[in-house]
Design a protein around this ligand. Structure first.
Ligand code: ATP
Ligand code: MG
Length: 353
């Protein structure tokens, strides 16, 4: 089992985004058993990138030997397994070295560690359990200088740098080119991830861009990189893209749907005056365009949940999904399916009245 750490030196260049997307792509697209570890114990946020806000157990519990490493592996709704960290101010004492043995017991294909910003003491425990580093940088001189120092510090702990990931590339004249970046490092640039507004949007929604916007420019590059790390190749399929786009015309993602219905708060809402209660209206359900389009939207969601269940059963019977993940996903799809069926039945009953 290989342990890779995603380093950068400079903060905010895209380490967590990279770990979240690589873990999601490797788990779902390439069917590998991946564990993402939040090694950023002073400002942990890998869980947030994956839409999880609280965890029963974290890395801190493993290190304090309160639970085993298996207990701290959390399966996110999109199937990604992570060991989250918990905000801790005594974090420089965190000793990840104890974890390496326990990690070896888990038969994962790859462990990806999201490291902390900066190159102080906090990075050392991560480097001690790492086999290879992936260094993320933006194509600007301050980030590149820090990334170079990150590769040097990694080398001191016998951690070779597998490659440089250039993130948030806009392609304008103020950036260093790939060949200029490569001339600085001993390692090659293995991925160029463009600046892509979908990345921010998907972080906001708590689902990595490779899952929520699988054909956005950044998602495609993350998937190519994921494949190259495990000796596989991402096969871009035009037909899949068309099908996905077509489905999304009808099936807006849940958050977008909610946000469109929630008016933005632009000013303070005055306290309500006491108003005499209106007599309860007996509303005739009207078969408006809104109702019809909501019904169509729900039917597509129901079909998708049904298709997901069938797909899951197939994968489980082929042995490509393990028991835990199967049970979690099955419960989720079944709950979704029931909720959609119920809502459809209610709307249909209203229309037929
Ligand atoms: N390719 C991209 N396109 C657009 N925005 C991006 C891209 N990659 C990252 N970002 C934005 O940059 C922000 C910082 O990314 P991220 O949190 O992954 O950085 P980090 O290196 O983990 O930061 P820290 O050092 O604080 O842990 C993200 O919230 C996201 O909004
Ligand atoms: Mg981070």
């Amino acid at each position: 089992m290989k342990v890779m750490a995603v380093l950068s030196g400079k903060g905010g260049v895209g380490k967590t985004t990279t770990v979240a997307n690589l873990s999601a792509a490797l788990t779902n697209e390439f069917r590998r058993y991946i564990i993402g570890i939040d090694g950023n114990v002073t400002t942990p946020n890998l869980g947030l990138h994956l839409g999880i806000f609280s965890f029963p157990y974290t890395l801190n519990d493993v290190l304090d030997e309160r639970v085993s490493i298996r207990d701290a592996i959390h399966i996110c709704p999109n199937g990604v397994r992570i060991i989250p960290a918990q905000l801790s101010f005594e974090s420089t004492d965190v000793d990840l070295t104890r974890m390496r043995d326990s990690l070896n017991d888990i038969d994962a294909d790859l462990v990806l560690i999201d490291s902390c910003p900066g190159l102080g003491n906090e990075i050392v425990p991560t480097l001690k359990i790492t086999d290879e580093a992936l260094v993320v940088t933006n194509p600007e001189i301050p980030a590149i200088t820090d990334a170079l120092r990150a590769t040097e510090i990694a080398a001191k702990y016998d951690v070779p740098t597998r490659g440089i990931i250039l993130n948030r590339v806009r392609g304008d004249k103020y950036e260093l080119s790939v060949s200029e970046v490569e001339s600085v490092f001993d390692a090659p640039v293995i991925s160029v991830i463009p600046e892509d507004p979908d990345v921010r949007k998907c972080i906001f929604q708590g689902n990595p861009v490779v899952m929520a916007r699988p054909y956005s420019p950044a998602a495609i590059e993350f998937k190519k990189l994921a494949g190259s790390l495990v000796g596989d190749r991402y096969r871009y399929s035009r037909i899949d893209k068309i099908l996905w786009t077509f489905r999304n015309i009808f099936q807006k993602d849940d958050n977008e749907w909610k946000y469109q219905q929630t008016p933005a708060i632009t000013k303070e809402v005055p306290a309500p005056k006491s108003v005499a209660k209106k007599p309860q209206e007996t509303k005739e359900p009207k078969q408006s365009e809104d109702v019809i389009s909501k019904l169509a939207h729900l039917r597509i969601k129901k079909d998708t949940a049904e298709a997901s269940l069938i797909g899951l059963e197939e994968k489980f019977s082929q042995g490509s999904v393990d028991g835990d993940l199967y049970t979690q996903l099955k419960d989720r799809y079944e709950q979704e399916l029931d909720a959609h069926k119920k809502e459809i039945a209610e709307i249909e009953a209203g229309i037929n009245k």
